[in-house]
Design a protein around this ligand. Structure first.
Ligand code: CTP
Length: 401
């Protein structure tokens, strides 16, 4: 996304307020952003907010009524690498489908040299109306990429299909578009299994043995693979998961044994496996059905070993499959990582050292070293988990078996 020029067109629906978040995410990812708005959309979000967040003036009228200066919509069309209209109301959709041109957003659409992505948003009956369906089909025929509206609570109080896709989903669609421009980095058609998050091993109905894994690394990896056109099966422990994508299948599990069962069901069909989960190595031998009461001064809990999910996948790995594991170490990182690579029959191991500042479980950054099965060792700087995911996915795409 770095340096990409994204023009956002905002039309007048309640979802317009979410565009502030979209602008922030795009800017954080390094994109240049300019906003143009229909006059109606200014009732839903202030141009000042968008000008401040994007760092660029916002275009609203064809010409400035005070200065008489004309806003050149053709220049917007030439500037942008991509034009994203979000939210796209039923009214603006109809106008786009018919080539109407009574505001700056529509005039820019007609002059646009770059691809156009739209995220419709309206009430469920409007979205379901045959006219709307026809207009969406017309836009598709005209080469516009549609991000379908989602199901959920609507401003009218009704519930159904019509909500604008969340900003994160719009960002994924944008990243997906840019990644398709570089076919050498494509994962199109590939099946990718990712394990993420912690496992919780129950002691009794209210307590468990777990760890501090946030699952962020796994989620970022899933996003990168989706952006590059892959189909992702994400098997994850208890984490905050707000990722939605048509090529994403999520399987939620709690324990290591459940994770193994879920992995065993799908691994045979996968091209790539990335095992980033922080699986608990042991679980209580006996799970007590009732809450353990406080009695003795010392409580001894017997633990038994959990199955090693990654080691199982490595033991049945086919020649064509690529398997990536993680090693979070506190000491002897290289030696431990190398031993895990061999022992678990991996193609690549992602190592990080908990003693490195900013590396590890819970934060937003990580500092990794990659070791592949040809003994190539690559050190990376401390980076955001999103950038780390990019490095890992790019490395494995270029990995020679
Ligand atoms: N892993 C797994 N199942 C387990 C334990 C680990 O799938 N029961 C996977 C992790 O997802 C990670 C890799 O194995 O990709 C290494 O995990 P780690 O906990 O570092 O290694 P262990 O083999 O458990 O060794 P140790 O805890 O002794 O360092």
């Amino acid at each position: 996304m770095q340096g990409k020029r994204i023009l956002l067109g905002i039309t007048g629906g309640i979802a317009a307020y979410k565009i502030a978040f979209l602008v922030r995410i795009l800017k954080k990812l390094g994109a240049e952003v300019k906003c143009i708005m229909t006059p109606a959309s200014c009732d839903f979000i202030s141009p000042l907010v968008l000008a401040t967040l994007s760092g660029n003036p916002v275009g609203i009228e064809f010409w400035n009524k005070k200065t008489g200066v004309w806003t050149n919509h053709v220049e917007y069309g030439l500037w942008a690498d991509l034009f994203v209209v979000a939210p796209l109301t039923a009214n603006s959709l109809a106008k786009m489908a018919h080539g109407e041109c009574d505001n700056l957003v529509l005039a820019t659409y007609l002059s646009m040299k770059s691809p156009v992505i739209v995220a419709p948003a309206m009430d469920l009956d409007m979205y379901a109306h045959p006219t709307t369906k026809r207009n969406i089909e017309q836009l598709k025929k005209d080469g516009v990429i549609i991000i379908p509206a989602e199901n959920g609570e609507l401003a009218s109080g009704l519930e159904g299909e019509g909500r604008m896709a969340e900003p994160e989903t719009i960002v994924l669609a944008i990243q997906n578009y840019f990644s398709t421009l570089s076919p050498t980095k494509s994962l199109a058609g590939k099946e990718i299994l990712i394990t993420a998050g912690p496992t919780y091993e129950a002691l009794d109905p209210v307590r468990f043995i777990g760890n501090h894994s946030s699952g962020k690394m796994g989620l970022e990896l899933a996003k990168k693979c989706l952006n590059l056109g892959g189909n992702v099966t994400l098997i994850c422990g208890p984490i905050n998961l707000d990722l939605k994508h048509k090529n994403l299948k999520v399987v939620s599990i709690t324990t290591a044994v459940e994770m193994l069962d879920a992995v065993q069901l799908v691994w045979g069909k996968m091209d790539i496996g990335i095992f980033s989960a922080a699986v608990a190595d042991y679980r209580p031998k006996n799970v007590v059905n009732e809450k353990i009461k406080k009695s003795e001064d010392n409580l001894v809990i017997e633990l038994v070993k959990n199955p090693d999910v990654l080691a199982w996948a490595g033991s049945v790995k086919k020649e064509s499959q690529i398997l990536v594991g993680f090693a979070l170490e506190t000491n002897d990182m290289l030696a431990n990582g190398e031993s895990k690579l061999k022992r678990k029959n991996l193609d690549l191991i992602v190592m990080n050292n908990l003693s490195d500042k900013g590396a590890g479980f819970a934060g937003d950054t990580n500092k990794i070293t990659l070791l592949d099965n040809h003994n190539n060792l690559t050190n990376f700087e401390l980076k955001s988990k999103s950038e780390v995911a990019q490095d890992i996915v790019e490395y494995l795409i270029n990995l020679k078996k």
